[in-house]
Design a protein around this ligand. Structure first.
Ligand code: FES
Length: 153
């Protein structure tokens, strides 16, 4: 069986705090996973056994949820997380071409991590994206290139 690196001290602290914040909460698995990824940028595989124990679930159940949802990362993202919305409203206004452009651009710059998103709440201003914690409306390939060039999130 593959072993994962143990949690480091900050990761363990984050996990302890997240578990404590959701102690006794029904259906806490997804909120715990979201909170941990928000804190650490990813869900370390070594966090899955303690999460399973805390929720009285099997490791397989927790692993199954983490691997089912594409949103969850099990390795740290490279640089900023760049999300391009690929849901309906954005697709209707060119999001697929923007996604293809983003794939090539992020690959070429080699600093950031590209992920799809499925509605960022900016449907009326499509196509939308997010770089770090900042939303961007009416994205074009040129605007995306400029944002990728800059250091701002
Ligand atoms: S469909 Fe893209 S922001 Fe809603």
């Amino acid at each position: 069986m593959e072993t994962s690196p143990p949690l480091d001290a900050p990761q363990q602290t984050a996990l302890d705090q997240v578990l404590a914040a959701h102690a006794g909460q029904a259906g806490a698995l997804l909120p715990i996973l979201h909170a941990l990824q928000d804190r650490l940028g990813f869900v370390p595989p070594a966090a899955l056994p303690p999460i399973a124990r805390a929720l009285n679930l099997s490791r397989a159940e927790v692993h199954g949820v983490v691997s089912f949802y594409h949103h969850f990362r099990t390795t740290p993202p490279r640089g900023r997380v760049v999300q391009i919305c690929r849901a309906e409203a954005c697709r209707a206004l060119g999001a697929e071409a923007l996604w293809a452009h983003a794939q090539a651009a992020v690959e070429a710059q080699g600093r950031d991590t590209l992920e799809p998103a499925y509605c960022l709440g900016l449907c009326a201003q499509s196509p939308a994206g997010m770089i770090g914690a900042r939303l961007h409306a009416r994205l074009t390939p040129a605007r995306l290139d400029a944002l990728l060039e800059g250091d701002a999130a």
